[in-house]
Design a protein around this ligand. Sequence first.
Ligand SMILES: NC(=O)C1=CN([C@@H]2O[C@H](COP(=O)(O)OP(=O)(O)OC[C@H]3O[C@@H](n4cnc5c(N)ncnc54)[C@H](O)[C@@H]3O)[C@@H](O)[C@H]2O)C=CC1
Ligand SMILES: O=C(O)CCC(=O)C(=O)O
Length: 448
Amino acid sequence: MSVQEKLESIFTSVVRRNPGEDEFHQAVREVLDSVAPALQKHPEYAEAKIIERICEPERQIIFRVPWEDDRGEVHINRGFRVEFNSALGPYKGGLRFHPSVYLGIVKFLGFEQLFKNALTGMPIGGGKGGSDFDPKGRSDREVMRFCQSFMTELYRHIGEYTDVPAGDIGVGGREIGYLFGQYKRITNRYESGVLTGKGLSYGGAQVRREATGYGAVFFAEEMLRADGGDSLDGKRVVVSGSGNVAIYAIEKVHQLGGTVVACSDSSGFVHDDKGINVEVLKHLKEVRRARINDYADAVPHATFVAGRPIWEVPCQVALPCATQNELTAADAGTLIAGGCTIVVEGANMPTTPEAMRAFAEAGVRFAPGKAANAGGVAASALEMQQNASRDSWTFGHSEEKLREIMQTIHARCYATADEYGMPGNYVAGANIEGFRLVAEAMLAHGLI
Ligand SMILES: NC(=O)C1=CN([C@@H]2O[C@H](COP(=O)(O)OP(=O)(O)OC[C@H]3O[C@@H](n4cnc5c(N)ncnc54)[C@H](O)[C@@H]3O)[C@@H](O)[C@H]2O)C=CC1
Ligand SMILES: O=C(O)CCC(=O)C(=O)O
């Protein structure tokens, strides 16, 4: 059987063994489409069935999460933690609280996380979790009761040497605080390294909050630099989303001289040609937890557009930072027609496979999330490092570390793409290099 036929048969088996998990299939397909050259070069990977083992999570935990709302009504949600692969270190990856969460979403995220974490060069394996709980419109006390119930089951599966969750969509500083408090209470252990994304008052690290957005922008800057010494200075940028990743991506673009002219949430987008006012946005989203149309009330020259894709706003650089499959082939066509030449994924898998093909055909430079948004988890690994040594670094030192890590990830992806005869193909570079790093460690560990 040729390598290509072998990969097809593995994919067919993944689809059969994980029915209905479309996002997981999509994430696996993308990696399998990239790794054939690595398998040709390393027949030992195929002999040890590394790909088949990588596609099967080491452990999948599903549990009931009962909780009571402010009116005394009982609700039942479903909790998940998929411990995908521990070849490189303890399972590491965020928790997502969103009504769309089901096993297929958690598995796609855990699968992506594994390669992303490898690319950071830090000692962290891959995992992901979450719940179909919707925090939108819930009071702080309701969110606290939910987090306490969630941790009452999760605590037995996690630990600083076992599995270290963090935030993702719907899980930010507030939720991590409640989760940490309940872990400490149940276990009677002040185990700082069990969660990352903690508040600065109790073991959190400088720059973790900013890291995913900042990191994606550092990656974009490296791509521009690699392409004839260009930079973000003076560029017109569109950033989708308005959560943790989007806010800090916008902040960093502005610090580097670019202008972000639009951002969004699931209700629509705001267009502000003078540049999104980050302080207004932070207050709106981090303090008031309001909808994005309120931005147009606070900034009179801005306009709110309901129910239309943000990608209609012309830009040179696009940073999708909201959610999976938010940028379709039609959106890619609109972006290309509007003069966009570089797309960098701040979110996980925001670009559909058809849109990725359209970008490739049009010569648009494209960075996949598993490379470009790795700054968040890298900063989490730095938080673990500081917790383990009971140390705490300054903002400036931490940001410099983050910048160096993103430069190294860029260089690794770029060099790997070159080595395999696909210069400038960051998708191939990230997938092959991430896969190779995991495969080497798995080979060393024997058949487990
Ligand atoms: N928080 C982190 O450190 C990391 C997050 N990511 C990824 O980045 C993305 C965003 O995560 P966060 O900013 O942490 O979450 P968040 O919960 O802080 O923000 C998510 C944002 O996306 C918006 N959104 C959701 N669905 C949308 C849609 N259909 N159209 C437009 N906007 C929509 C929400 O309104 C919200 O503004 C996710 O894909 C996540 O997996 C990736 C790496 C690390
Ligand atoms: O910081 C972490 O552990 C999680 C980050 C994350 O969930 C991601 O990279 O998608």
